[in-house]
Design a binder for this molecule. Structure first.
Ligand code: PMP
Length: 306
């Protein structure tokens, strides 16, 4: 369960956690037309800092643009509001959930007349796939559910209703005894996980699927690709087949909530020797340091809240 914090930002005002309510005829609740972000703040030597905040807000606004949602706040206003919400709740580290949704006042499938509203909530949230997942790796199952094709739902957008696809894949994997699912695109390529991007290491090269395979443009994906390139690795965005996963030397997933998590097995095939590989562990370590402002080279990524 979520641990409540003090205040939630709603349409420009900080309201008490228990008062952050909406009407049951809120448009987005019925048709799933909303966009959101998942962001994290970490403790640094200079106080709490939101990791790559501006990039997350920019993606939020791109998602809104794709769905023709006219957000009544600017990028700068949303950056400031997010920092304010973290600061006012007095948290050293937290998960941050900005949401743009269509509010109360209109019904029917044309979303355009509905009012566009924005909220930002923060709460303490431990590692998404568990501490054991982080250290020992997670067991993955290829889902029988396909990632939606780009002409069914735009994978570049982080739209609320689109996550029914992820949720079904997640439940299927959990009920079958796995930790997480991998979805394939309608063309049969590896796309991503339910809330994380995916990387494989083959012959020393690090490969991650493109948006055209149904993957979100992940900010952690970009962070980890940057860290790996700076270490001298070749990182490419390219199509991956299901069998590439089975024979990978290493594989890992990346996401703001999950962070960098080793993949222990895919469809019961152990990767490498069944333990997190050296490249995965190195990138995990660097990521943990970068988000906490411990690497001078990447300090621009830490957006201090006060
Ligand atoms: N894919 C999906 C479907 C996601 O929900 C997320 C989480 N936002 C990611 C990938 C990873 O993106 P990021 O690293 O920006 O959190």
């Amino acid at each position: 369960p979520i641990t409540p914090t003090e205040k939630i930002w709603m349409d420009g005002e900080l309201v008490d956690w228990d008062d952050a309510r909406i009407h049951v005829l809120t448009h987005s609740l019925h048709y799933g037309c909303g966009v959101f972000e998942g962001i994290r703040a970490y403790p640094t030597a200079d106080g709490p800092a939101v990791f790559r905040l501006r990039e997350h807000i920019q993606r939020l606004l791109r998602s809104a643009r794709i769905f023709l949602m006219d957000v009544p706040f600017s990028e700068d206003e949303l950056v400031t509001a997010t920092k304010q919400t973290v600061a006012v709740n007095g948290l050293e580290q937290c998960y941050i959930r900005p949401l743009v949704y269509l509010g109360y006042g209109e019904m029917g499938l044309n979303p355009l007349p509905a009012p566009v509203q924005v909220s930002i909530a923060v709460w303490p949230w431990g590692t998404y796939l568990g501490d054991e997942g982080l250290t020992r790796g997670v067991r993955m199952k290829i889902s029988s559910w396909q990632r939606h094709g780009p002409n069914a739902m735009p994978p570049a957008a982080k739209g609320t209703g689109m996550y029914i696809n992820s949720s079904m894949a997640k439940v299927e994997a959990l009920k079958a005894g796995y930790d997480e699912a991998i979805l394939l695109s309608p063309q049969g390529y590896v796309s991503e996980c339910t809330g994380e991007n995916l990387f494989v290491v083959r012959r020393g090269r690090i490969i991650t699927p493109p948006v055209s395979a149904g993957a979100l443009e992940g900010i952690t994906q970009d962070t980890v690709a940057t860290l790996a390139r700076d270490l001298g690795y070749e990182v490419v965005t390219d199509h991956i087949l299901r069998s590439d996963l089975y024979v990978a030397e290493e594989a890992f997933l990346t996401g703001t909530a999950a962070e960098v998590v080793p993949i222990r097995s895919v469809d019961d095939r152990d990767l490498g020797d069944g333990r997190p590989g050296p490249i995965t562990r190195r990138l995990q370590e660097l990521y943990a340091q970068a988000v906490r402002g411990q690497l001078d080279q990447y300090k621009d990524w830490n957006e201090h809240v006060r």
